[in-house]
Design a protein around this ligand. Structure first.
Ligand SMILES: Nc1ncnc2c1ncn2[C@@H]1O[C@H](COP(=O)(O)OP(=O)(O)OP(=O)(O)O)[C@@H](O)[C@H]1O
Length: 369
């Protein structure tokens, strides 16, 4: 069975998905290409970002072709199965435009595991939200694309488990294409999820309440909550709370609104800046009880309605004007599209240099351990 086959996963069968993924990982283990240095394959241009587990570099394949985002997992921190799982999940879901494509072959150098992914020229969504939220047309595009992407993952028995603005990559400033990335925590539905290492604003209450060593079986409802928080962030440029637990004041006000019976005529701030349609789907995605939560595709039912107050939105004029502006400034252009100087040595290159030097030294003195 392939994990990309929804027919065989009608019941979201954990055993089937987990064993299919394990088989794929076993097979892929024999295909990981050893390289003496990553620079033999790629020209490393600059760092795109860094996360908990690794770093991502803009890189140009030496064989030619478009620039890629090279994800490096230091072998000192990432285990072999962790690397294989992230690569295999990424490959399996690469056919969906709302999920970032992972490119073969996976590589291992003396210090890193690595694989390439398609490069998103506009970076991640959190970078677009520094000052203000997205205007309505872009917000809707983000919501619709991510709802479909999550539905695709869930239909294959997988739970992303890390839906947040940092993990949404943007290909153009109008958000005509965005893709969910970072499959480092993606697991078959039903897998045990540990308590988060610290308070996370995108984690649902059931995960925030978990105390080590307890675990929680991963369900798609975890991603529904992540999508609800993400859409709030995309609209307002803020998280609704620091953590989804009392006594966080933002969360308490929301929880009182969610459970009030009868419902008050007006929602509390900041939820009152959303239209009644958006309030309805956000309350569904952010239901406090996981079993009452809407599927991500609930967003699609409301795509024809206004989501924000303050409209009407001059969609065509606004977007076209901005795109023209970007074109004239060269924004969204393929970066490193040939002819550029190789970047001065950054940290990753220095590491690679060190690898080469170490190896040279070992060869020069064969008796040294
Ligand atoms: N394909 C890409 N194109 C452009 N930028 C990227 C790409 N992939 C990653 N980045 C940038 O690098 C950052 C870190 O990437 P990623 O989330 O994959 O790393 P991570 O170590 O798994 O992070 P986390 O701590 O969230 O687990 C992203 O938030 C983004 O800013």
């Amino acid at each position: 069975m392939e994990i990309g086959d929804p027919e065989s996963l009608e019941d979201g069968d954990f055993e089937d998905t987990a064993s299919a993924l394990q088989s794929l990982m076993d097979f892929t283990a024999g295909m990981v290409t050893p390289v003496r240095t990553l620079r033999s394959r790629y020209r490393l241009v600059r760092e795109l970002g860094a996360g908990t587990y690794g770093r991502v570099l803009l890189a140009r394949p030496r064989r030619g072709g478009p620039p890629v985002a090279l994800k490096l997992l230091p072998r000192a921190r990432a285990s072999w199965p962790t690397f294989l799982r992230e690569f295999c999940v990424g490959r399996c879901v690469s056919c969906h435009s709302g999920l970032l494509s992972t490119l073969a072959p996976p590589l291992q150098s003396p210090h890193h595991y690595a694989f390439a992914q398609e490069y998103a020229p506009c970076g991640d969504l959190s970078g677009m939200l520094e000052d203000r939220g997205l205007p309505e047309p872009r917000l809707k595009r983000v919501g619709v694309q991510l709802a479909r992407a999550l539905d695709f993952l869930h239909a294959r028995g997988l739970v992303h488990a890390d839906v947040k603005p940092d993990n949404v990559l943007v290909f153009d400033r109008a958000c005509r294409r965005v893709a969910l990335a970072d499959f480092g925590l993606t697991r078959p539905e039903g897998s045990p999820a540990p308590a988060p290492p610290g308070p996370l604003p995108s984690a649902p209450p059931e995960l925030c309440l978990l105390r080590p060593p307890d675990t929680l079986a991963l369900r798609p409802e975890l991603d529904s909550w992540g999508l609800g928080v993400l859409l709030f962030c995309a609209a307002t440029a803020h998280f609704p709370w620091s953590v989804a637990l009392a006594p966080d004041p933002g969360f308490e006000a929301f929880a009182i609104w969610q459970t009030a019976c009868p419902q008050p005529a007006l929602p509390p701030a900041p939820w009152d800046q959303f239209s009644p349609a958006a309030q309805a789907f956000l309350r569904g995605l952010l239901a406090l009880e996981p079993e009452e939560r809407s599927r991500p595709t609930a967003v699609l039912d409301w795509a024809g309605e206004a989501w924000l107050g303050g409209g009407p939105w001059p969609e065509v004029e606004e977007e076209e004007e901005e795109e023209l502006q970007e074109d004239s400034e060269g924004g969204g252009k393929e970066e490193g599209a040939g002819g550029e100087e190789e970047a001065s040595l950054d940290e990753a290159e220095q590491e690679e240099e060190a690898e080469q030097e170490e190896e040279g030294a070992r060869r020069a003195s064969p008796g040294t351990p």
